[in-house]
Design a binder for this molecule. Sequence first.
Ligand code: CDT
Length: 336
Amino acid sequence: ARTVKVAAAQVGAVHLDADRKETVDRLVALLREAAAQKVQLVVFPECTLTTFFPRYLFESQEELDMYFEHGEDVTTSEHVKSLAEEARKHNIDFVLGYAERTTEGTGYNTCIYYSATEGKVVSKYRKVHLPGTKEPFEDPDAINQLEKRYFEPGNLGFQAFRVPGLVSNALKKDSAGADENNAGKGDPILGMLICNDRRWPEAWRVYSLQGVELIVFGFNTGSNMAHLWGSKPMSSEQAEAEALFHSRLVQQANSYMNACFSISSARCGFDDGKFDLIAGSAICNPEGHLLAEAKTKGDELVVAEIDLSECRQGKEKTFDFARHRRIETYGLVVTQ
Ligand code: CDT
């Protein structure tokens, strides 16, 4: 068995004027709760440290920059430092989403994997699929989604990585490459996505071709994004149910089709008394079944024990990509 106890640390409302330290204190509280339950890996949402600011138009660069973390390593920044210290203390790994401003000044929607065993960030991912528009909607009632204005598409690709220290029986010699033939041996192979990426099968498949056993992602999904998605008019209850349905659908279907576990973590609730975000943080197995799901729209730890060896059936039998894929017929996917 390759057993790991994992959690989605769902984070409820974070308002525009939220104090960064108070927000991080909430994350530390979730991490402590995880420690009490002997969790080994905690996944925090997309842009966890602030409200989901791309819904606002900022004319001033200075004001916008307050929502970004500056520099190479977020875990050494003033506020996040305490989260990393807490993680080392309890020997818990974590994934954290945040808005990154590089030293060259580029903005990315980023997440990192922090390994408590290594005491450092072992992988970084920058969101590839940026939804929304560069210009705000003219309709004053529309909810903006200005990610294309504030971020560049991620430039790090979908790089699978090994995580040391998570499973006790991982043999060093088997931990060499993160690739299809090495799945199920050595340290676990992980991949990270961010929010809208979860709706793109290509992103999952590029990871599964590297033998990924667990894909993790955070999200901020509006419960009624009619302007963004051009969906037909429906009641706010129906719109929220539909958004939640699609969120579950893509997580469950892609976990099954790529023979991997997945953890999704929501930034949710009612931001600024106006913006409603769906919850539904969940842990899914490689057969596409949800093992645990959030029950609230607030701060909540969603926990499950997963056995990564359960990926083997899909990877070696049901799909066995090397044997059954027909790449000579897939050209259009990357040429158009
Ligand atoms: N953050 C993000 O990528 N959200 C998109 C849609 C916008 S809803 C705020 C999503 O795919 O959920």
